[in-house]
Write a protein that binds this ligand. Structure first.
Ligand SMILES: [Zn+2]
Ligand SMILES: [Zn+2]
Length: 233
């Protein structure tokens, strides 16, 4: 079956995410757009993921719990999990590697933790724009150890990407799928052999993908989607 997706969406917890990127707004917009599955992928934290997953379940939208981690190479990697508890365990495992630099909301943006009614119930205190002190290899291992799948984000973008920061895709990296940024130039020879996905990286509601990008899988479950992304079909 065809599953229309957008697997890279930020909430109002990401400092660069718009205040309107609340759980209910995200889920409702994804449904209006006609998507079958989304992933919630805030920078370096999972604190809003549980509520988005819950609202998705109530509204009939599949929501993959995820995170966009910035490694110590300043490379962005999307990490996806089957269960919210797996993501939260992974989040805790990252704790020793976090640089606890206080956020400056006026400078970097607010980092709002919200509840089921989209009300702000707290602010994440440390700057989420800072890297987490793990290497890409370490991150992939840690994600896998928690049952997750890594997808290097926007690999062809000119910043915070594997190709921009390392110059090539290291063959030793155990990834099957990479995310392509549709508006950046692509050097096809550098990404040969990888499976590719295309997401919005939305920080504003209106940027959430249209019903445009699809996966071909036999069952609409997170488990099947993760198997597809990891290549373990
Ligand atoms: Zn990114
Ligand atoms: Zn992003």
């Amino acid at each position: 079956m065809e599953i229309y997706y957008d697997l890279h969406i930020h909430s109002c917890l990401s400092p660069c995410g718009d205040a309107d990127m609340t759980p209910n707004n995200i889920v409702n917009m994804a449904l209006i757009k006609g998507l079958d599955v989304i992933a919630i992928t805030d920078h370096n934290t999972s604190k809003n993921a549980r509520v988005v997953c819950k609202i998705g379940k109530e509204q009939g939208l599949l929501v993959i719990p995820g995170m966009e981690v910035q490694t110590k190479e300043e490379v962005h990697v999307l990490c996806y999990f089957e269960e919210i508890s797996d993501l939260e365990a992974f989040d805790s495992a990252l704790e020793p590697y976090r640089l606890k630099i206080p956020n400056r909301p006026d400078h970097f943006g607010r980092q709002q933790i919200v509840n089921h009614e989209d009300q702000c119930v707290g602010e994440y205190p440390y700057a989420l724009i800072a890297s987490i002190e793990v290497s890409i290899e370490q991150l992939i291992e840690l994600c896998k150890a928690h049952g997750g799948v890594c997808v290097p984000a926007h690999v062809n973008k000119s910043s915070n990407s594997i190709l921009a920061n390392l110059g090539f895709m290291p063959q030793a990296l155990k990834v099957r799928t990479i995310e392509i940024h549709p508006k950046s130039p692509i050097n096809e020879t550098l990404i040969k052999g990888y499976q590719k996905i295309y997401n919005s990286d939305a920080h504003y509601l209106e940027h959430i993908s249209e019903r445009a990008n699809k996966l071909e899988i036999d069952e609409k479950t997170i488990s099947k989607i993760l198997n597809y992304l990891s290549g373990e079909e």
